[in-house]
Design a protein around this ligand. Structure first.
Ligand code: ADP
Length: 181
């Protein structure tokens, strides 16, 4: 599941993973948990995350590689917030190839920039000051949007309108996935 910061992909990913019985793998949640627990990883990434920059690709790939090997992921998984760079997408492809697991599809939640800023301000997370939000949007445009182009022609990329009621958006994603089956 891909989408700009504040697109609601975390909320939707949780719902879709629940209904499709997939392990919900959110790299943002994993990093925040590590930061809250003060683990070596958490301490290492804290500054970068709070600045709204991306954690280095090698670190993220190692984290996801390890996570994908846990029992619950063997029955299928939904990645939320990863890959966020073309290098991560390439690394993930290698990891999955090694495991003999194909990536099913990409769901892109699209939301206009002004709505994103508005939502993020209302959310009030500690990494959500207005300057940080704008910075994260810039990082998304520069580093993450090219990932969509990278997937084009490799796996189906479904764009879903991310503006509306939460339930309504979940239904949109669900119906796109049902049609894909
Ligand atoms: P959002 O859904 O608001 O975009 P996330 O919860 O996915 O935010 O991620 C929060 C922060 O964690 C990001 O701004 C970034 O600093 C870090 N992060 C999460 N996933 C990745 C990733 N795949 N690569 C690098 N950094 C990441």
């Amino acid at each position: 599941m891909m989408g700009p910061p504040g697109s609601g992909k975390g909320t939707q990913a949780e719902r879709i993973a629940g209904s499709q019985q997939l392990a919900h793998i959110s790299t943002g949640d994993m990093l925040r948990a590590a930061m809250a627990a003060g683990t070596p990883l958490g301490l290492q990434v804290k500054e970068v995350v709070e600045r709204g920059d991306l954690v280095p690709d090698e670190l993220m790939l190692a984290l996801v590689d390890e996570r994908l090997q846990q029992d619950d992921a063997t029955g299928g998984f939904l990645l939320d917030g990863f890959p966020r760079t073309v290098a991560q997408a390439e690394g993930l492809a290698k990891v999955l190839e090694g495991q003999g697991v194909p990536l099913g599809c990409v769901v892109l939640l699209s939301v206009p920039d002004d709505v994103l800023v508005e939502r993020a301000m209302a959310r009030g997370r500690t990494d959500d000051s207005e300057a940080t939000i704008r910075h994260r949007l810039g990082v998304y445009l520069e580093q993450t949007e090219p990932v969509l182009g990278w997937y084009e022609g490799k796996v189906p990329v479904y764009e879903v309108d991310g503006v509306g009621e939460i339930d309504e958006i979940t239904e949109r994603i669900q119906s796109v996935l049902d049609d894909a089956d």
